[in-house]
Design a protein around this ligand. Sequence first.
Ligand SMILES: [Zn+2]
Length: 282
Amino acid sequence: MRPRSDRKKSSPRSLSLTTPVRTTTTSTFPISSSRTPPAPGTRADLVSTLWWQDRSGRVSLGFTSVEVGNLAHHVGDSSDAAVNRGTLESQLSLPQGSFRYLNQVHSANVIDASTADSIPTGDAWISTDGSHPLAIMVADCLPVLFIARNGGGSQLTAAAHAGRPGLIGGVLQNTVAELLRHGGDSVTAWIGPGACGACYEVPQEMFDELTDGRPALASTTRWGTPALDLRSEARAILESLDVTVVDIDGCTIEDPTLFSHRASQQSGAPEGRIAGLIWADS
Ligand SMILES: [Zn+2]
C-alpha cells in the first residue's frame, strides 16, 4: 500500500451536545442512493455526529467519523471508547448503553439481538422488530446496514461486518436469510465506507485464490498490483439475493475523516474504529 501522507491525525475532538444532528436526507422507503458527507473544514464538520445519515420510516441509520472518536475496546484506549460511545448516544438523543456492540471475529455468524448475551460473538446482528439499536465496528471492512419490511408493515433491521473473510464466508447471505426467515421482504442494504478496490492491495496468491469464481472481487490498485474490491463483491452478492442496494461510497484508506486499519499500520497513527449504526424511534 502506498503511503498516505495527507492523512489527518485521528484524535477525537470535543463535540457540542447542543448541536442538532445533521440529517442529509429524509426519505420514504425505499430510497435511492444519496450521499452527502460533511464538507471538510467547515464548522458543521467539526460538530457533526455522523459521517453520513439517513432515515427510512421510523428507522435511522448512519456511519460515524473520526470526529466521534474510536468506538472499539480492542484497539486504542478502551476508556476513550467507553466515553465516545456514551457521547455518541447523547448526541443522538438515545439513552446511555442503547447501542449493542458485538465481539467481532470475522465470522459469518448472525446474532438475534432479542435473545443475545450482552456482548455476543458474531459479525452480524438482526433485530426482528427493529427495536434494538445495533452497532457494527469497522476500519476498512464494510459496514452493511439492512432494513426489511414484514407483512404487517413493521420494519426489521440488521447490521453486518463484511470484510474479506466475512464476504467469503457468507455473512451477507446469512444476514439476508435471517431477515427472510423472520418474515422480512423488500430488503434494502446500505453499504458503508471501507477500503476501496484501488487501495486494497493483496498478494498475487491470495488474489488468485479468492477471485476464482468471484469476478466482482477482482481489482487492481491505482499503482497496478493485485487488489480486492469488497464493495463490488458485496453489491454482487446482495443483488443476486434481490436486495436493493444503496451504495454509500467512501474509502477508509483515502478519507482522513474515517478510521483505517491499513492506513494506521503504515502511518503509525492511533488505531480506531468507526461504526455503522441503525436504530428505530422508541
Ligand atoms: Zn481507496
